[in-house]
Ligand binder design. Structure first.
Ligand SMILES: [Zn+2]
Length: 160
């Protein structure tokens, strides 16, 4: 049985390619907030001639190559790949040799202002609710019926 991501990985489909091929039609048929349009543009343009290029020079052998500029958008899979790999490598020393799943819990945007002034309380509640949900569902014999563990991290807008 294949792991869920294998079919997509085998085709090496890039999000930028999908946006380049279908983005314009999608934008014509869907009203998107400006921020979403910016993200679509950034991902589509990342490491293409659209954003320009720069010359990389090896100081040892003087080898030069021209490289297209990155968008550096936090939603861009190309730009975030290196950060993700570094984080996973750093974390992997403490992980068990078992299968892991990536699960995202998101607070509704209506709570954004409340979070700004009550960060500790709300983020503690988010972590408690998320971990209890995972432990409870995984422990339920109707689902996994297993004792699980988790690694949780907070990813906020605009903060590293
Ligand atoms: Zn990018």
């Amino acid at each position: 049985m294949c792991a869920p991501g294998n079919a997509v990985a085998a085709r090496k489909v890039q999000l930028a390619t999908i946006f380049a091929e279908h983005g314009e039609a999608y934008r014509k048929n869907h009203k998107l907030p400006l921020q979403h349009r910016k993200v679509l543009f950034a991902i589509e343009a990342c490491r293409s001639s659209t954003l320009g290029s720069h010359v990389e020079l090896c100081e040892r052998c003087a080898y030069q190559r021209i490289t297209y500029n990155s968008c550096r958008n936090r939603h861009c899979p190309k730009c975030q790949k290196l950060n993700r790999e570094k984080w996973v490598e750093k974390l992997s020393c403490t992980l068990l040799p078992v299968r892991y799943f990536h699960i995202v819990f998101t607070l509704p945007s209506e709570l954004n202002r409340l979070c700004l002034v009550n960060q500790k309380i709300l983020y503690d509640l988010l972590f408690a609710a998320a971990s209890q949900t995972i432990l409870s569902l995984a422990g339920d014999p109707k689902h996994l019926g297993a004792q699980t563990g988790l690694v949780a991290l907070l990813h906020t807008w605009g903060k590293r």
